[in-house]
Design a binder for this molecule. Structure first.
Ligand SMILES: NC(=O)c1ccc[n+]([C@@H]2O[C@H](COP(=O)([O-])OP(=O)(O)OC[C@H]3O[C@@H](n4cnc5c(N)ncnc54)[C@H](OP(=O)(O)O)[C@@H]3O)[C@@H](O)[C@H]2O)c1
Length: 236
């Protein structure tokens, strides 16, 4: 059984492009009003959405962006903690700036978003937190030590929250994709070319999985989903 999302309000971080933008578009198509948080504050031209400029590594900015969403739409039912950055390579070659950014944006940014959103989600009574983690939050991958640390951190944080929030009607889900064809996959530090994108999943593939978890009947919850492109091995 699935439930409708119409009339709900969501806050999506990293919503200006990639997976976050695909999730935001899917939510709006289902009648959800959405606060779209990113540093650029892009509103994607979506009618039932507002763009809220916000660097998720700054808790004050996250608080303000959640507050702006609730002020505009009156409530909050769904948090999609998606903003993320990554740099790959041998551990000792990782610059201090990349190290800090991955922990600050991926891990602390998720924690700040939950802290800002949770009082509102608890008032909803039928709420969801979806964390965009990664396969790198399930396995230790060579060349991705700090990215993995940030993603394992997100997974552990969201799992622990499930233990606290289930009885309050807040479901907590980790979504753990493998390679997705977005700007992220080509970002600084990865040394990839555009050709690798063709074998990857699309942002829309991931958005469909997010929407599946959000629309499950309220009598159960999905704790974790792992999805990988057919071009990638599962490593056991
Ligand atoms: N692509 C993959 O292969 C893959 C696989 C597994 C998991 N993931 C995870 O999925 C999530 C989304 O990745 P993606 O592939 O969609 O990446 P993307 O296309 O690079 O988009 C990243 C989004 O995050 C925002 N962002 C970056 N830093 C931010 C900050 N400090 N504060 C607020 N927003 C920030 C960006 O907007 P602005 O630049 O406007 O701030 C953008 O909207 C990430 O958590 C990533 O780790 C990706």
């Amino acid at each position: 059984m699935s439930t409708t999302l119409a009339g709900k309000v969501a806050f999506v971080t990293g919503a200006s492009r990639g997976i976050g933008a695909a999730v935001a578009r899917s939510l709006v198509a289902e009648g959800v009003k959405v606060g779209l948080a990113s540093r650029s504050g892009d509103d994607l031209g979506l009618e039932s959405a507002i763009g809220v400029p916000c660097d998720v590594s700054d808790p004050a900015q996250v608080d303000a962006a959640v507050a702006a969403t609730v002020e505009r739409f009156g409530r909050l039912d769904i948090l999609v903690a998606n903003a993320g950055v990554g740099a790959y390579g041998p551990f000792l070659d990782l610059s201090p700036a990349h190290l800090e950014e991955m922990i600050d944006v991926n891990l602390k940014g998720t924690i700040y978003a939950v802290r800002a959103a949770l009082p509102h989600l608890l008032r909803s009574g039928e709420a969801d937190i979806v964390t965009l983690a990664s396969e790198a939050g399930r396995r230790g991958l060579p060349g991705e030590a700090v990215y993995c640390a940030s993603k394992f951190g997100q997974v552990g944080f969201t799992r622990a929250l499930d233990g606290e929030l289930r009885e309050h009607g807040v479901r907590c889900t980790n979504v753990c994709p493998g390679g997705v064809a977005t700007d992220f996959a080509l970002d600084e530090g990865r040394g990839r070319s555009r050709e690798v994108l063709s074998g990857m999943m699309t942002a829309e593939d991931v958005a469909e999985v997010v929407m599946f978890t959000l629309t499950r009947s309220r009598n159960h919850r999905i704790l974790e989903t792992a999805l990988r492109p057919m071009s990638e091995a599962s490593w056991g």
